[in-house]
Design a protein around this ligand. Structure first.
Ligand code: UDP
Ligand code: MG
Length: 309
């Protein structure tokens, strides 16, 4: 018998725990045909509501339910990593607890694994039910990433993904502190089948992401999977040098012909403002990468466990 591990990151999701479990059980009857067993690893990301006690209730009924509970909120990235580290399955799938990752796709995902894929990933092709501004910026982000990163990061990709043990071990070997799993999945490679589905709205409760959090997360993603912004300063620097050279020529020629060296104060102010603006901007970019490097060098643990069942 081989084992399928389902990893479920949860943060303040008491209403969804049991709902998710029922839906999952309803959709995993097919595992028996493949001679497979199931385990469910709920990772409690430092919830302040009844999430932990809900999971414990399930565990009393069903031994296949496991719990890893964090000492505080470390974020979904850390929760997914903890789940991968604390499961034994030969196959592993990561799913949101709010049923936005429909368990009904699992049988089809498995059929692709049988065809020899190492991983079956999902992407939503619509963003129905999401604020339009958020969708717009999400699209911009993916378009930018495609340009500046060599790692493949797919628009609309979810973290909902079925993987072989081999791929999970590859992901676990990447112990970076600034985690951006969508990039990590692409970076490790392996044969991946993409499945598309229509966006499903969350079962109960509220999303944990606001616009600002998503914006910062996208900066994390850029810093983690591209160094192109660091080149920005050099490119702009060269451009400004060329412009400055042309202007010097222009001024010398004008002086020789018209003999008026003093005019041009406003343009001077504009130039100074603009160049110093660009300099600050570039220093900011450097600072971003320095901060990330600083956090990596500290080598702090990605998460801390308070309780494990
Ligand atoms: N989540 C988490 N830690 C966090 C935020 C979210 O473990 O700090 C979990 C959350 O419980 C859910 C999943 O990550 O299972 C996706 O979160 P959410 O539904 O809020 O994000 P969205 O689907 O809106 O992108
Ligand atoms: Mg959700």
């Amino acid at each position: 018998m081989s084992l399928l591990s389902v990893i479920v990151p949860c943060y303040n999701e008491e209403e969804n725990i049991a709902l998710f479990y029922e839906e999952l059980i309803r959709n995993t009857g097919f595992l028996a045909e493949h001679h497979m067993e199931l385990e469910v690893v709920y990772v409690d990301d430092g919830s302040r509501d009844g999430t932990v006690s809900e999971v414990k209730k399930l565990r009393e009924k069903d031994e296949r339910v496991h719990l890893v509970s964090f000492s505080r909120n470390f974020g979904k990235e850390a929760a997914m990593f903890a789940g991968l580290e604390n499961c034994d399955g030969e196959y592993v799938v990561i799913m949101d607890v709010d049923l936005q990752d429909p368990p009904s796709l699992l049988p089809e995902m498995f059929s692709y694994m049988r065809e020899g894929y190492d991983s079956v990933a999902t992407r939503r092709v619509t963003r129905k039910g999401e604020p339009p501004i958020r969708s717009f910026f999400a699209r911009m982000f993916y378009r930018l990433m495609r340009r500046i990163s060599k790692t493949e990061i797919v628009d609309g990709a979810r973290d909902y993904r079925l993987m072989t043990r081999q791929m999970v071990d590859a992901i676990l070997s990447m112990r970076e502190y600034n985690r951006f799993t969508k990039g990590i999945f692409g970076w490790v490679g392996f044969r991946t089948k993409w499945m598309e589905y229509e966006n499903v709205e969350r079962a109960r409760g509220e999303t944990k992401w606001n616009f600002w959090k998503l914006f910062l997360y996208s900066l994390d993603g850029i810093a983690a999977f591209s160094t192109v912004p660091l080149m920005f300063a050099s490119v702009v620097g060269v451009f400004f040098c060329v412009v400055a050279f042309l202007m010097i020529l222009f001024i010398i020629v004008r002086k020789l012909i018209f003999g008026d060296p003093v005019s041009g104060w406003p343009s001077l102010v504009c130039i100074i403002l603009m160049t110093s603006g660009v300099q600050f901007f570039c220093t900011g970019i450097l600072g971003q990468y320095l901060a990330k490097t600083y956090m990596e060098v500290k080598n702090r643990p990605i998460y801390l466990v308070r309780e494990k069942l």
